[in-house]
Design a protein around this ligand. Structure first.
Ligand code: KDG
Ligand code: MG
Length: 402
């Protein structure tokens, strides 16, 4: 089965998505997500100028060989643009292989290891009152695990507070929006938030929190320790992870479980954190970490150290990524949890899919392939709308981590 055609589809049904569609001489096609939030056009150019020309005529069944060709063949290895482009090809080829075998991708990987994929939803609010109400609404919807983010008194731009709690989207300006950050206000506030959430909602629901790279290692240790009474499922991205040694310091001070990895794109980014058991959950996902083929290597390494998966699943990862991730999650032995931020109804229409939510779990469905397609006619009605992620500064003007 030869690849005869491949093209990139850019659409903005509420937010921008980049999708690669690969077609074969047997009439089968597959799709893969290539969205890199705020840097979409870089991946489009990479695919159109450097990847698609070498795909035409290749044997579509040779997923591993094509992965190696694109990875080694670029000479310039790794990086989010390269790895998102490779991921799109990889996902589309797994989709095609599934369709050719008439099997859902989780069957090709080794079959289901569980009945459903535990997901966490996003509750957020401008203050504690709004956030606790939002957590209550997610519990009513059936969620067993909920990420809670709240506006912080005195902080103009706490991370994760959206416009409405269902479809939070941070990339909101043609130029980056400037937010202000105050670490000490946040460190005082966060334990108050989780104290209130536990008092209002009890101990059964799993609560998660994203620090979004904002703290130094010692501040992260202090936060983790102060959140211990509230038994978080995880504290995410508590400090930037370029310096992975830093997590030793965090670990020395807290037993709050740690999750890192949504901005990682290769097993080499994860290796030190995993091998030194400095984290509990690895958050790499299909689209930014080289597709299913690479993600399973990361998961296998993690399994040696009892680190579990907790893949990124924000709205900037398209339904094509979500579909592929759910097949992976249903199979992977050391599964932990999957992030699930619902897409807008317009996005769901552009990407018809077989995955479905019930009682806090997602299931990828049993359609052959990844179970997600793209309606190109509808996609064409939503032209690209350039948007960038915000930036953050401290109150004295110093640039900080958004
Ligand atoms: O594009 C950036 C978002 O995907 C990111 O800010 C979301 O941190 C995030 C999360 O945990 O979902
Ligand atoms: Mg995050």
């Amino acid at each position: 089965m030869k690849i005869t055609n491949a093209r990139v589809i850019v659409t903005c049904p509420g937010r921008n998505f980049v999708t690669l569609k690969i077609e074969t001489d047997e009439g089968l096609h597959g799709i893969g997500d290539a969205t890199l939030n705020g840097r979409e056009k870089a991946v489009v150019a990479y695919l159109e100028d450097h990847v698609i020309p070498v795909l035409i005529g290749k044997e579509a069944n040779r997923i591993e060989d094509i992965w190696q060709y694109l990875y080694r063949g670029a000479y310039w290895r790794r990086g989010p643009v390269t790895m998102s482009a490779i991921a799109a090809v990889d996902t589309a080829l797994w989709d095609i292989k599934g369709k050719a075998a008439n099997m859902p991708v989780y069957e090709l990987l080794g079959g289901a290891s569980r009945e459903g994929v535990l997901v966490y939803g996003h509750a957020n609010g401008a203050d504690i009152e709004e956030t606790t109400d939002a957590v209550g609404r997610y519990i009513e919807l059936g969620y067993k695990a909920i990420r809670a983010q709240s506006g912080v008194p005195g902080v103009k731009g706490a991370y994760g507070v959206g416009r409405g709690d269902l479809y939070y989207e941070p990339a909101d300006g043609t130029l980056p929006t400037e937010t202000l950050w105050n670490t000490s206000a946040y460190l005082n506030f966060a334990p108050q938030l989780f104290d209130r959430l536990r008092r209002d909602h009890g101990n059964e629901v799993e609560l998660l929190h994203d620090v979004h790279h904002r703290l130094t290692p010692i501040e992260a240790g202090r936060l983790g320790k102060s959140l211990e009474p509230y038994r978080l499922f995880w504290m995410e991205d508590c400090t930037p992870a370029e310096n992975q040694e830093a997590f030793k310091l965090v670990r020395q001070h807290t037993v709050t479980p740690l999750a890192v990895g949504e901005i990682f794109n290769s097993i080499h980014d994860c290796r030190e954190l995993i091998q030194n058991q400095l984290i509990d959950y690895i958050r790499t996902t299909v689209v930014h970490a080289g597709g299913i083929t690479h993600l399973r290597q990361i998961a296998a390494l993690a399994s040696l150290y009892q680190v579990r998966t907790g893949s990124h699943g924000a709205t900037d990862l398209s339904p094509a990524c979500m579909g592929a991730a759910l097949h992976f999650d249903l199979w992977v032995p050391n599964f932990g949890i999957q992030e699930y931020m619902r897409h807008t109804p317009e996005t769901d229409e552009v990407f018809p899919h077989s995955y479905s939510f019930k009682d806090g779990y997602l299931h990828p469905g049993t359609s052959p392939g990844i179970g997600v397609d793209i309606d190109e006619t509808l996609a064409a009605k939503y032209p690209y709308d350039p948007k960038q992620l915000p930036v953050a500064r401290l109150e004295d003007g110093t640039m900080w981590n958004w």
